[in-house]
Design a protein around this ligand. Structure first.
Ligand code: NIG
Ligand code: FE
Length: 410
């Protein structure tokens, strides 16, 4: 059913051309969406679209209550395997996240699991995870490597993402090489040599095989410094890859300013960012990817949302799905927390999980907006109004999830 007419009582278009101050989401009431060959060809009030596209078959005579663009999760660590339940128990008993990492747990324990896993095991875990994300209304997933921590391990994760992205029955996958996430145990004696090898060998090899569209670095006090990150990210940019930065999750060590300097697509986390850092992001057009599930798990204070807003930074909200700090696969849960913990508005979180997220992935002309010319990635929700999207915590209310006009869940 790649060509059809879909009726809805409310269509949340997220189209800036339809948005007004009173209605930032550009909602159409009693609307219709016409889809041909997996692309949206028409959208508007029902009678107008029916008059123009009457030849298309109706999906159903009964309008869906609420239709939005397919959700776009712009920050996940999806190709992980194994479980960090033992570490979570330690944290519940009072151990700190950074202390566990320093003792050889944390990211390095996921590294061991990835290095031991066969490609088939990673494929099976990843595709099951992406299917569960689809069932929550997610049709595009940015997914980072970063648990291999050597060329073979990182390549193994990125190859799994390449296989997943060739499948039409899963969400779209946007692969990111998380080049500097942690120093693996075998390289601890010489950090500089490890970073140089990533820059001079692993990164060019991955770029040559087009295994990643973005490169990310974890810039923080217990991770990598700005001076360590800069040459790796600059090299990535010179190889034609986009840049993303984990910045200020625990401490502000200048990650936001680095993201701005390099014209990054996003700076992510930002629990710790100065007003100057926020202004630098806004000036450079770098989007802030807020990750409230990690903030909640780590019991941190929220990022300075008012400062980011006042500076004019565009906001994205993502799940951060990972086995350590964001043990969830649910972007709707992240939206619910962003509203309740961060004080974002419902329109802000919906745009942050659709149009703004897509733009941060370089897909702004393809997904994240319901308008003619974009892909028919759509969700019909069993909810009466977009305000309800941030309420039914812990369950999925996505009734039908379409990618390119074809159902991938529901
Ligand atoms: O985004 N901050 C670094 N990376 C992840 C956590 C990774 C892990 O603990 O496995 C994050 O929170
Ligand atoms: Fe992350």
């Amino acid at each position: 059913m790649r060509s059809f007419l879909l009726l809805a009582r409310r269509i949340v278009t997220c189209d800036p051309a339809r948005a007004t101050e009173a209605d930032p989401l550009g909602v159409i009431e009693d609307g219709a969406i016409a889809v041909e060959g997996g692309a949206i060809v028409d959208v508007g009030p029902r009678e107008e679209v029916l008059a123009r596209r009457g030849g298309l078959a109706l999906v159903s005579g009964e309008p869906a209550p609420l239709v939005t663009p397919g959700l776009v999760d712009a920050h996940t660590h999806a190709p992980w395997v194994g479980s960090r339940d033992a570490e979570y128990a330690l944290r519940l008993a009072g151990a700190g996240y950074e202390a566990i990492a320093a003792a050889g747990g944390g990211i390095v324990s996921s590294m061991r699991a990835v290095r031991e896993a066969s490609p088939d095991e990673i494929d099976a875990t990843l595709s099951a995870r992406l299917r569960r994300m689809a069932s929550l209304g997610v049709t595009t997933v940015e997914a980072k490597s970063g648990y291999g921590l050597d060329e073979a391990g990182e390549t193994k994760q990125l190859e799994a993402l390449e296989r997943a992205s060739a499948r039409r029955d899963l969400p779209r996958v946007v692969p990111t090489f998380l080049a500097l996430h942690a120093i693996p145990p075998e390289a601890r004696a010489d950090r500089a040599a490890y970073i140089e090898a990533v820059r001079e060998r692993t990164l060019p090899a991955i770029a040559a095989r087009r295994l990643a569209r973005f490169v990310d670095v974890y810039v923080d006090r217990a991770a990598f410094s700005v001076d360590e990150a800069r040459p790796v990210l600059a090299r990535a940019a010179s190889l034609g890859l986009g840049v993303r930065v984990h910045a200020g999750q625990f401490a502000d060590v200048g990650g936001a300013e680095l993201a701005a300097e390099l014209g990054a697509a996003s700076a992510d986390h930002l629990e710790q960012v100065s007003p100057e850092g926020a202004r630098a992001l806004a000036r450079a057009g770098v989007r802030a990817v807020l990750l409230p599930v990690a903030c909640f798990t780590l019991r941190q204070d929220p990022p300075p949302v008012a400062v980011l807003r006042a500076a004019g930074v565009r906001l994205v909200v993502a799940s951060d799905a990972n086995p350590g700090t964001a043990p969830t696969e649910s972007l709707p849960l992240a939206l619910a927390l962003a509203v309740r913990m961060y004080g974002l508005t419902v329109p802000e979180v919906i745009l942050g999980a659709t149009r703004e997220a897509a733009a941060s992935l370089g897909l702004g002309d393809e997904v994240g907006v319901v308008r003619p010319g974009t892909r028919a990635d759509l969700v019909a929700w069993d909810l009466p109004h977009e305000n309800a999207l941030v309420q039914p915590w812990g369950v999925s209310r996505a009734r039908v999830v379409l990618r390119d006009g074809a159902p991938i869940a529901g």
